[in-house]
Write a protein that binds this ligand. Sequence first.
Ligand code: AHR
Length: 680
Amino acid sequence: MNISRILSLAAAFVLGASAWAGPIEVSLAGKGAPIQPTMYGIFFEDINFAADGGLYAELVKNRSFEFPQDALQGWKAFGRVEVRDDGPFPRNPHYVRLHEPGHPHKWTGLDNEGFFGIGLQEGATYRFSVWARVPDGGSATLRVKLINPASSGEKQYYTREEITVDSREWKQYELILTAPQTDPKATLRIFLQSRGTSVDLEHVSLFPTDTWMGRPGGLRKDLAQALADLHPGVFRFPGGCIVEGTDLATRYNWKNTVGPVENRPLNENRWEYTFQNRFYPDYFQSGGLGFFEFFCLSEDIGAEPLPILSCGLACQFQNDSPDAHVSVSELDPYIQDALDLIEFANGGTDTKWGALRAEMGHPAPFHLKYIGIGNEQWGEEYPEHLEPFVKALRAAHPEIRIVGSSGPDSEGAQFDYLWPQMRRLGADLVDEHFYRPYEWFLSQGARYDNYDRKGPKVFAGEYACHARGRKLNHFYASLLEAAFMTGLERNADIVHMATYAPLFAHVDGWQWRPDLIWYDNLRSMRTASWHVQELYSEFKGENVLKTTMDGASVSGAEGQEGIFASSVIDGDRIYVKVVNTSAELRVVPIRFTGLKKGQRISGVERVRFTTDKLYEDNTLDAPEQIAPVRSAFSAIPSTAAERAAAEGRRPGPAEARSRDRSLEVSLSPYTFDIYVFELK
Ligand code: AHR
């Protein structure tokens, strides 16, 4: 053992480290597989109020009066309010008629409760809009207020403005309201202010004017920014189980989510009924965040769009009877939906669906390259249903890559059955899902090392560390995700996409956790898992570098002391990712082999992601308490000869010849480090 190792072991001892591990060898002899631009992405599903009440910035719930049990769900009517169903938008026929209250001291109008309230930010402006008419002619005045109904002050309202409705024909009216103070749970109130007339209202809407990219009727800025900041390479939408629906009638039908928002029909959300212990009887999909918006968002954030479509199987968790699904012989409309979607995304503006895209404001194609058929399907019925899609898609669009599924489990009978089926059908990628506990993540570092290299590529399409008894976001779970992801990176030749799931959760409306990003009506918080995803994306690199410990992949295997590692090269930068999953400080040499004559390598930066709040995460009140820390890292790896000289001895012949360079890094317990080196 040389002197420097003795010294570092002594240091480790002083610092309380239990072991020296390694070395981690990073070979610069050649570049490994390219890392796909799609490698790290995001998976969006409307679960946990991710769309309405979340990313979609609409603040009015049930804006079209279409909630099926009660057209006024989310509203509180006063005076004489009538619900009618012969409105101007055929797919959303309901609207309300506000009648003259019939007494000079009474009022007619409506309150809307929003999604767990309406979030108002002091000084921010809000665009109120409504489709309205005066059915009997003349004009009517509406007084629109943002209020705090629980206020104990002189007045309940924060601000108010008026609109005059002056036509028998349906027209859209709008006004801007400025919030004088912050209230995360305000209410919208509309009075029929004038007397002697009735007025009809439809599609009542309130949006912050400051949306993502300033788009009217657009996305909530902080949430969309949290997606953009992940630098995602792929954007999978719209789910998840909502693709399948609790029944086929409520599956996600993309055609219902394009065209004017006023005429996009309401859909029941698959998560409305899922858990009785967290039950949301008012969970519907307005479709305002639809396929056009998903494609635009993909473009905005530079991610390849990956739509997933129904394969004709309703959610298999919720349906045992074969009758719940469409039979293979009746699949044509579903296949046509897939073909039409490709036309909507990529077709010329002279095609039916391409023309609609242009009409919606995007004449240029979206350059769709991938499509998923079926979400998390299983059983013989899945390949049976998938096969005709594959045939039709290959015939019409050989350029589109098809994503199939390996079912809900990371291994086991269904997984073993479905992978060969996907191979047989020639799927380009297979979507694997794993919500698994600590032990699973710790044991799966080498999962992809021995996968068949000739078959479909892997899309790790839904994954998250779910600890038994601790099924919520916390740092330690994110650390194990980081450890596992070294194996994704090392196997970038076969793993082409990976997306954590689910993405979003409203603190007042979640059904499933952990999730990547949490929010209330005004604030949002990026979890520790978000930071792990971000770091992988930011330090994605161009090519894998062979990284080993004792000749084996560094995957937390026996004898590797809980260390996981992988490395990539990115131009003249090398990113070495090392995860110490153990409770001990580890001193680990990183040795660079395969350097060419005259090549120099030097440290530039270290990003350290760790905390002593192991089982905690960021919160809305402390959104950055767990975050990576970046620091300069100017260490220069030394040659064996240099180390011998430092030890005051002559290098041996092998040491004198070796161009390998190494340096030791100290990994604190439970840490994810990225070391950035420059190669010259
Ligand atoms: O991400 C939550 C759910 O998990 C998805 O909807 C489904 O695909 C999986 O079962």
